[in-house]
Unconditional design. Structure first.
Length: 39
């Protein structure tokens, strides 16, 4: 049971990292679009 819990925790951390990574990419895309619009 302990092993399962640690696997779930690890999966949750991976999911969180993916969400943060996706958010970071969206921010970078918005910044690039803003720069392109100014340019």
């Amino acid at each position: 049971m302990v092993e399962l819990t640690s696997h779930l925790r690890a999966a949750g951390k991976v999911q969180q990292a993916l969400v943060e990574h996706d958010a970071l990419i969206k921010v970078q895309e918005q910044q690039a679009l803003a720069l392109a619009a100014k340019g």
